[in-house]
Design a protein around this ligand. Structure first.
Ligand code: GSH
Length: 206
């Protein structure tokens, strides 16, 4: 059994989706972000960075209990544990890694900051909105170019790279990005939205 500490946010839905796709048993433990539960000592013992998602796998390496934080690390751990969501073809595997790290280092931070400055900043800051929304738009263009060439980010196969990026692009409007301008990304989001594993995962995360 895998305990998933999470909430219904772009980063928070990735792990349940991956677990559903891989057919692994898991239990959701909702972290109330508004109440600051991510900063409590018992949660910091699992993720010293104080962010969701994090997991505790009670059947980790050598049967030991292990905790993992950072969504990219968690999805790689789960993919290797279950033997899925990572292409076997070496070139496609490499592409999956590229788009996984593009999400972690680019798409997530840029959309996150764009959304914060657009919606939550205590005072308007036009230069920050221009910078972060501009980067979110540019990165969506990178995904658009890839998805015009290939059905999935790794290439021919759905992978953890799609789950990572989908989780942000399905709420692209949060970062001020209209998907009508990016038809290949919009079609890819719509396709992933209908996957049974995605529907099951979204119904379980609150
Ligand atoms: N790079 C991290 C980002 C995690 C993250 O920022 N999670 C947000 C929710 S989407 C969070 O926990 N926010 C709580 C806070 O800011 O205090 C990952 O991919 O796991």
């Amino acid at each position: 059994m895998i305990d998933v500490y999470t909430a219904h946010t772009p980063n928070g839905i990735k792990v349940p989706i991956a677990l559903e796709e891989l057919g692994l048993d898991y239990r959701i433990i909702t972290v109330n972000l508004a109440a600051g539960e991510q900063s409590r000592p018992e949660f910091l013992a699992i993720n010293p960075n104080g962010r969701i998602p994090a997991i505790v796998d009670h059947q980790g390496p050598d049967g030991q209990t292990v905790s993992v934080f950072e969504s990219g690390a968690i999805l790689l751990y789960l993919a290797e544990r279950a033997g899925g969501l990572l292409p076997r073809d070496p070139l496609e595997r490499l592409r999956a890694m590229e788009y996984l790290f593009l999400q972690v280092a680019g798409v997530g931070p840029m959309f996150g900051q764009a959304g914060w400055f657009l919606r939550s900043a205590p005072a308007p800051c036009a230069v920050a909105i221009e910078r972060f929304r501009g980067e979110a738009l540019r990165l969506t263009g990178v995904l658009e170019a890839r998805l015009r060439q290939q059905p999935w980010l790794a290439g021919s196969e759905y992978s953890l790279a799609d789950i990572m990026n989908f989780s942000w692009l399905r709420v692209a409007h949060y970062g001020g990005v209209e998907l009508a301008r990016f038809p290949a990304v919009a079609a890819w989001v719509a396709t992933i939205n209908e996957r049974p594993a995605v529907l099951r995962a979204l119904a379980r995360v609150h």
